[in-house]
Each structure stands twice: as C-alpha cells, then as structure tokens.
Write a protein that binds this ligand. Sequence first.
Ligand SMILES: C[S@@+](CC[C@H](N)C(=O)[O-])C[C@H]1O[C@@H](n2cnc3c(N)ncnc32)[C@H](O)[C@@H]1O
Length: 247
Amino acid sequence: MRSELAPGSVTLVGGGPGDPDLLTVAAARALGQADVVLIDHLAPDPTTFLRPGAEVIEVGKRPRSADATSQDAINALLIEHARAGRRVVRLKGGDSFVFGRGGEEWLACAEAGIAVEVIPGVTSAVAAPASAGIPVTHRTLTQGFTVVSGHVAPGDVRSTLDWRALAVAGTTLVILMGVKNLPEIVAELIVGGLDAATPAAVVSHAFSAELTVVRTPLRQLPEAAAGISPPSVVVVGDVAALEFTHS
Ligand SMILES: C[S@@+](CC[C@H](N)C(=O)[O-])C[C@H]1O[C@@H](n2cnc3c(N)ncnc32)[C@H](O)[C@@H]1O
C-alpha cells in the first residue's frame, strides 16, 4: 500500500461501518492527503481527518432516494477530478469490495487510464454482528459464515442465490440489505430445510446512537423486524443467540 497519494490518482477507501474509530490507519492517512473526497451516506464523517481546503462531495446512494447520484455520474466525477490532477479519495461504508461497487469504480478509473488503489475497510458484515456481541463464527457452533445480499427477493428473476442451498450449508448466514425482503427470505430458508427455531438477529444502525438489536427464532424474524429501518444486518445461525458484550 502506497503511503503517499499521487496527484491525479483515485484511492478507493473502505471507511468501516460508520464510527470514525473504525477507520484503518491507512484510511485516515489517505483522507489526510486527499484534495477531494467523494463520500457515501453510510461512510464515517471524515472531517477530522481532512486537511484544510479539502473538498467533500456527497454522492448519496441512499437506496431508492431521489438524491442518489447514479453510478455512472460517480465514475465520471472520479475521473474528472483525477484528470484535474487532484488526489481523489472515494470513501465508502464498510469495505469497497463488499456490495460497495468498488470493482465498478476501479474498472471505470483503470479504463480511463487513472491510477487506482484500494484500501480495505472493516465490513459491516462482521462488525455489525460484533457490535451486538455476535461472533460470526464460534468453535463448536459453526465453521464458517456466508455473506449474501437480500436486496433481491428469492423468486425474483434477478436473484442469483440458491436460498435453499444456503438453508442447509451449515454456516452462519449474514444478510445485508435484507430487511425489506425478510418474509420471502425466511420462508425460503424454512422450506429449504433450515429449522424454524434457529436463532436469528437483526442488528440495525450499528455503531450509532440508534443501534437496535432484535433476537428471535427464525420463524418470528419477519414480525420481529417489522419496525426496523436500514441499515441493518441479519444474522441467522446458532451464533445469533450469543451476546459477548460485557463480562
Ligand atoms: C450497499 S451495502 C454496503 C456494505 C459495505 N460495503 C460493507 O462492507 O459493510 C449497505 C448495507 O450494509 C449494511 N450496513 C452498513 N453499515 C451498517 C451499520 N452501521 N449497521 C448495520 N448494517 C450496516 C446494511 O445491510 C446496509 O444495507
């Protein structure tokens, strides 16, 4: 990882799940060198890390909101600022390569001849459960975890996930962007053979004052999560019953 951002380059920075304390050292250093930062709404506030005069551009991407900047427009902004010789940081929530469209941005910049670097971030897929005391693996309970997007409901023609296979995979299931489709997802998992009594949890607004945690058996998950707003991570598996917070 380069310690100095080059003029005319783009650095894709994973900002972690929202708390600036969970930015990596490399992320903080990159922010401190940036001339311009393009920021998503789930990314941490970078203000304290920026040098005077650095420009911050909010590019939204709030799901289904009118203020979201299209991906093409974001790619164009990254290229435009880099071509102007600026040190560009693209700051995202979590990790840029976990449902963060970092790959698309990397390709767009590389195809435009712009030097691109990636600084990985702490993904909410692991950190949000941890904030509720849920380890995504735990010896004797599960030997792995599977991270999926619940953005597209099972049965939707755009879905590429085999939810019934996930039901019998034997790993913890971590679902991002899945609250809206929980009734369909839970139904499919149970039809696929997952015990309806399997522990489940929803962790919402992790690392903020609005943190909400709901724990319930899988069969009751859709009702229990009905009032929960995004961003939320859903955990299904025996580890969801654990609560390693304070000793
Ligand atoms: C577009 S995805 C981006 C994921 C991100 N790149 C990552 O690695 O965490 C957005 C989803 O991440 C999850 N998420 C992000 N931040 C969260 C937080 N602070 N608390 C709970 N879930 C969060 C939610 O499932 C949300 O809908």
